[in-house]
Design a protein around this ligand. Structure first.
Ligand code: HEM
Length: 403
């Protein structure tokens, strides 16, 4: 497909509607260039970081590659940030470090260990329902249900609020096609405001009467004598719901399809789940890259991968391309759960913004697939996943399945 490659324009929305294979070929061609290529109008576009080492370098030098100006494209307008507060993905030190320290405190091993039982219970309930109801869309019946229920349970969102919260997530991540350059979660402001209100209501209750859940830990956690203010709290919860549910759901849906179209890998996984379960998760995340890209802005002039970058320039870290970098991964287009090592960057390239939910996502995916493959050993996807064209996430709208 080299004709497509030469003409690829990552800043053109229509690029993101092209079949996945064509886009991957375009990235392979960009990786062969001597230096990152600039896309978009001068001064308003971005340098595309497509090689593994460039993505890692930008991720690990947050003093040069800033998140503060905004990591999504288009950037959230300033007034949105003023009204709703900044989410931690869009902050730099010292504010990012302070917020992350508070939040990390609430993600203690105790919290995660307690969640292990909940994840197993929720996964069992989902499989019970599949057995009883025989639904045909895997995304609704299984993939989106698990991460949503887990996060709500972890946060302590009462059952009565959950329907409203789920509706808000669906609104904030609603697909708007590729009319805009990139699809951005959180663009539906009214939905976001309602989501903040639901969380605020629960947070106020927990401040009065803390219980053993994540919201209580966060409203009472202190770092250097400060607590999260309510805007920070609201932004963090929206981020958790949007970042934690969408990504994991897409990884799960891609996971079932990848096992279906790679029967030998499926057999290997089923032959010894304890041995291959961890490698399966890494390979699904590498192969599907649930988050396609995030953006950074240069704080000063800097040379990267042979390109002279200027202060104020934007770079886009294409995880989806770094994860297929042939200089790092042998046979990058093969799905191989026994790949060792597997330095995939689907959860980020390292550095201070590295995905906070990595262990939770790993746990959810492992527990769910163990349950599915044990109790529904014939489970398979049917046909191709219905993908939503997007330059932000590799989203599966629907996936038919049989068991
Ligand atoms: C397969 C599932 C997931 C994938 C592929 C994924 C991917 C990512 C990526 C690429 C980043 C940006 C990293 C960077 O800029 O260096 C990120 C950040 C983040 N993720 Fe995840 N994520 C997943 C699941 C989750 C879950 C389950 C949660 C929450 C419970 C979560 C919460 C976050 C948060 C809070 C951040 C921002 C961290 C910061 O800015 O300091 N993620 N994730």
């Amino acid at each position: 497909m080299s004709s497509v490659l030469a003409e690829a324009d990552l800043a053109d929305p229509s690029f993101w509607s092209a079949p996945p294979r064509q886009r991957l070929d375009a990235f392979a061609s960009l990786r062969r260039r001597d230096a990152p290529v600039y896309f978009g109008a001068p001064g308003r576009g971005f340098h595309a970081l497509v090689r593994h080492r460039d993505v890692v370098e930008a991720s690990r030098h947050p003093e040069i590659f800033l998140s503060g100006p905004g990591v999504t494209t288009p950037r959230p307008p300033r007034w949105v940030r003023t009204v709703f507060g900044d989410s931690m993905v869009n902050l730099d030190d010292p504010r990012h470090a302070r917020l992350r320290a508070v939040v990390a405190k609430a993600f203690t091993p105790r919290v995660v260990a307690r969640i292990a039982d909940d994840v197993t219970r929720i996964a069992r309930d989902i499989v019970d329902d599949v057995l009883a109801q025989r639904p045909d869309d895997f995304v609704t019946a299984v993939a989106s249900r698990l991460p949503f229920e887990v996060i709500c349970t972890m946060m302590g969102i009462p059952e009565g609020y959950r329907r409203e919260v789920l509706d808000q997530i669906n609104h904030t991540t609603e697909h708007t096609g590729v009319r805009r350059r990139l699809r951005v979660p959180g663009k539906s402001l009214r939905a976001l405001a309602r989501l903040h209100r639901v969380v605020g209501r629960v947070a106020r209750q927990r401040r009065r009467e803390p219980v053993d859940d994540l919201i209580s830990s966060l409203v009472t956690a202190e770092v250097d004598g400060t607590r999260l203010n309510s805007r920070e709290l609201g932004s963090f919860f929206s981020l958790l719901l949007v970042a934690g549910v969408e990504t994991t759901r897409n990884a799960i849906a891609h996971g079932l399809h990848l096992l279906t179209v790679n029967p030998a890998q499926r057999e290997l996984l089923m032959s010894d789940f304890d041995k291959y379960g961890g490698g399966f998760v890494d390979e699904v995340v590498r192969f599907s890259s649930p988050i396609i890209q995030f953006r950074r802005t240069l704080s000063r002039d800097h040379e990267l991968g042979g390109a002279p970058l200027r202060a104020g320039d934007d770079v886009v870290l294409f995880y989806t391309s770094a994860n297929r970098d042939e200089t790092v991964f042998a046979r990058p287009d093969e799905f191989d759960i026994a790949r060792r090592p597997n330095p995939q960057v689907g959860f980020g390239g390292g550095g201070p913004h590295f995905c906070l939910g990595t262990s939770l996502a790993r746990q959810e995916i492992t527990v769910l697939f163990r349950e599915l493959l044990t109790r529904l050993p014939a489970i398979r996807s049917v046909g191709e996943p219905a993908l939503v064209p997007s330059s932000f996430d590799n989203r599966v709208a629907h996936l038919r399945f049989t068991c």
